[in-house]
Design a protein around this ligand. Structure first.
Ligand SMILES: *Cc1c(COP(=O)(O)O)cnc(C)c1O
Length: 395
């Protein structure tokens, strides 16, 4: 599992690196970008080559030069041994979990995990006889007390979906590895540029490329990057399940990679400005953003992340529903929608109380999740300011 070799590869992918990884212009007549290879059938020139099974490409589902270019780039950025692209971030979650579990296993999943991940555990993994136990994301080294002889994996997501609790991944990974338990990390919030869970001790990193990698809300894509010990399990599971990304989506992932660094700088800056502005508003009870120095997860964020992206939440003071509706319905720059990571700003109300089981989510009022897009931040603030005026008028 997490071994020294994997750790020495870890580094912050530089703005320069992401421009050059996964590209070989002179293999494509000098054209700057790796082209979209579309294909199912791959021809073998001779009977000998067919029988030798030595061609780099054998079948469309098993990879194309476009897929391999993005996989290799992502492997280098994450400091891993291998990457598998998937058709969505959620498929990366399900494929990675299925790669390790079998009937009779027990798995530990953070209570603040992406909600569909819970559905997969509670419905499909349960049906095949895998027992899921949800744990407090703040448990740290205390995870050791929950590990049983049949515990197969610990799943972390830091910061947590919707509520942004930071997890102590190194402490959890150390405790898990002492008992030969795999560590899987959903790193979608930070992206491979702002956190490297493999270097923190995880064996497998799951990412929704749909979010910041693609970055334009125009494609679904996922990827799983693993260390050397985990890579063969992921490869086998993905191959057996027939997991493969679309050709165009893969190209959009490669294209997004080139501008990921500059986009994240802006998402981070605008996200922090909005978070600070909201924190000072009388309508807001709390802001949940680990890059704010006042956030309970700030020290862990500072230790483990190289930056913050544009997604954070707030808890409002109680307001009547019509006032909330007046605030949200009149916004002109913030859209209401679930997926995020594109260039546009978003806001969505949420409530974790119905499904959290290991911890209690007790907000003082309505919780809202914001995504800071690439618009001018002063325009975004003006839009929210007008929203609060409508809120008071309707209260
Ligand atoms: C969005 C998201 C996913 C799923 O990604 P899709 O591409 O939408 O399937 C998984 N994990 C996290 C944390 C996410 O935010």
């Amino acid at each position: 599992m997490g071994n020294k070799d994997d750790e020495t590869h870890a580094h912050r992918a530089s703005a320069t690196e992401i421009i050059h990884l996964g590209r070989d212009p002179f293999a494509h007549h000098g054209f700057v970008n790796t082209p979209v290879y579309r294909g199912s059938t791959v021809l073998y020139p001779t009977l000998e080559s067919l029988e030798a099974k030595s061609q780099p490409y054998t079948y469309g589902r098993r990879g194309t030069p476009t897929v391999r270019a993005l996989q290799d780039a992502l492997t280098q950025i994450a400091g891993g041994a291998d990457t598998k692209l998937t058709a969505s971030g959620y498929q990366a979650v399900t494929t990675a979990l299925l790669a390790f579990v079998e009937t009779g296993d027990h798995i530990l999943i953070s209570d603040t995990v992406y909600e569909p991940t819970r559905q997969f555990c509670d419905y499909l993994l349960k049906r095949i006889g895998v027992e899921t136990q949800y744990y407090d994301p703040l448990i740290g080294a205390g995870i050791a007390t929950l590990i049983r002889p049949n515990t197969r994996l610990v799943y972390v997501e830091s910061p947590g979906s919707q509520t942004f609790e930071m997890q102590d991944i190194p402490a959890i990974a150390e405790a898990a590895h002492k008992k030969n338990v795999w560590v899987l990390a959903d790193n979608t919030w930070a992206s491979p540029l702002y956190c490297q869970p493999l270097a923190l001790g995880a064996d497998v990193v799951i990412e929704a490329g749909t979010k910041y990698l693609v970055g334009h809300a125009d494609a679904l894509l996922g990827f799983i990057t693993s260390n050397a010990r985990a890579a063969k399990h992921i490869e086998r599971a993905a191959g057996t399940l027939g997991v493969c990304p679309g050709s165009e989506e893969t190209f959009l992932g490669l294209r997004g990679l080139r501008t990921l660094d500059v986009r994240l700088v802006r998402h981070q800056e605008t996200g922090l400005r909005l978070a600070e502005w909201l924190r000072a508003r009388p309508e807001i009870a709390r802001v949940l953003h680990p890059a704010l120095p006042t956030d309970p997860g700030h020290a862990l964020w500072k230790r483990d992340c190289k930056g913050a992206t544009g997604l954070f939440s707030v808890v409002m003071k109680p307001v009547p529903k019509p006032a909330l509706a007046a605030f949200l319905n009149g916004l002109t720059l913030f859209g209401m929608g679930y997926s995020w990571g594109g260039y546009e700003s978003l806001v969505i109300p949420f409530d974790c109380t119905p499904y959290r089981t290991a911890t209690r989510w007790q907000p003082e009022g309505q919780a809202l999740r914001f995504h800071a897009g690439l618009e001018n931040v002063d325009d975004l603030i003006a839009d929210l300011d007008a929203g609060f005026a409508r809120l008071h008028a309707a209260s």
